[in-house]
Design a binder for this molecule. Structure first.
Ligand code: NAP
Ligand code: ZN
Length: 353
């Protein structure tokens, strides 16, 4: 076991603060990674503040962070996929059972025995739960370590490991391509990646935002149209015209107003995970024969496919790079939808903490 610097929250009301955490010595199958950048996902904030307590209560202390990019520092003797010095990424998963039907289908993201990068019981017993990427170093089974294309801007790569795959996967799964009319709801970390991918896949892409000030950016990111969702007229005009809507909204909202925008057989896919259950009007679904579904990150093979696609098409997240010491201010801004469009923590700042 060795120690590394990290930031942790001790309770749902305490800020993140400097600490040290234990990491295991790499086993035969493990990769030890020096973390360079870690994105700040809204899920980090939901978890730190215990906003999902009814579904997944937070175990404290929590070290969040599942958008990790770093360099391989050490590998176990049986590791074949990575070598010392490689640029690599780690997303939301660090283990699964490898044997269930979903794992056999390369859907570790749907494995009932998956181990999350932070907050899951630690099978190696290094600590009570796994600790995430707001830290200097991490040790991960090689199966869950992704290859990072070397041509990409590193801080902007970190968010691909969660925001990237969480939007890429459903857009692929539900056939978003040229000729499809697609809407992305919410222009935050996930939403801005959704716009980049939908545009790259050739779809006609509309952003639905509560922030009129983001309209210009939305177009720069690849949107063909922008609708301010509080504009009832514009929403009415767009009724029954969309093939697919990707809902990335992190807070309570009326999903029926958006379901109404779908053509018959159109699909609204939830990736946003607000605290409270979402009321759905049966008539909105059945009168249009509309579909409502959800999607959770993506499997490891698809995450690698997404990273390779980003490398080939020069796609990264738009990031505001911050030192670790500014993480609590960043959380306050995230709650106000005030980030363009993802915070990435520079872990170099942690060494001097
Ligand atoms: P984020 O950066 O905060 O973006 C969320 C966006 O939602 C905001 O930028 C804002 O966009 C919009 N929004 C916020 N409050 C709203 C409201 N009251 N009504 C309508 N729109 C509102 O968050 P994120 O990191 O992208 O994460 C989004 C959600 O996805 C979170 O709940 C997170 O936990 C979840 N998530 C799920 C998965 C998964 O696998 N399914 C993976 C990662 C994250 P505008 O300013 O444009 O309105
Ligand atoms: Zn995330």
């Amino acid at each position: 076991m060795y120690k590394t610097n990290a930031y942790a929250a001790q309770s749902e009301t305490s800020p993140l603060a400097a600490t040290t955490i234990p990491r295991r010595e790499p086993t035969d199958r493990d990769v030890q990674i020096d973390i360079l950048f870690c994105g700040i996902c809204h899920s980090d904030l939901h978890s730190v503040r215990n906003e999902w307590k009814s579904m997944a209560p937070t175990v404290y202390p929590i070290v969040p962070g599942h958008e990790i990019v770093g360099r391989v520092a050490k590998v176990g003797s049986a590791v074949t996929r990575h070598k010392v010095g490689d640029l690599v990424g780690v997303g939301c998963l660090v283990d699964s059972d490898h044997t269930c039907p979903n794992c056999r289908d390369h859907l570790e993201n749907l494995c009932p025995n998956q181990v999350l990068t932070f907050g899951s019981p630690d099978r190696h017993k290094t600590a009570p739960v796994t600790y995430g990427g707001y830290s200097g170093s991490v040790v991960v089974d090689e199966h869950f370590v992704l290859r990072v294309p070397t041509n990409l801007d590193l801080p902007g790569v970190a968010p691909l490991l969660c925001a990237g795959i969480t939007t890429y996967s459903p857009l692929r799964r539900w056939g978003v391509t040229k000729g499809k009319k697609v809407g992305v709801m919410g222009l935050g970390g996930l939403g801005h990646m959704g716009v980049k991918f939908a545009h790259a896949f050739g779809a006609h892409t509309t952003v639905f935002t509560t922030s009129p000030g983001k309209a210009e950016d939305a177009r720069r990111l690849g949107a063909d149209a922008v609708i301010v969702s509080k504009d009832a007229n514009a929403m009415q005009k767009a009724a029954s015209t969309f093939d697919f809507l990707l809902d990335t909204i992190a807070a309570d909202h009326d999903v029926n107003a958006y379901l109404n925008l779908l053509k018959h057989d159109g699909t609204l896919c939830l990736v946003g995970a607000p605290q409270k259950p979402i009321p759905v009007a049966a008539f909105t679904l059945l009168m249009g024969r509309r579909n409502l579904c959800g999607s959770n990150i993506g499997g490891i093979a698809e995450t690698q496919e997404m990273l390779d696609f980003c490398g080939a098409n020069n796609i990264t997240a738009d990031v505001e790079v911050i030192p670790m010491q500014q993480v609590n201010e960043a959380y306050e801004r995230l709650v106000k939808s005030d980030v363009k469009y993802r915070f990435a923590i520079d872990m170099g700042s942690l060494k001097s903490a």
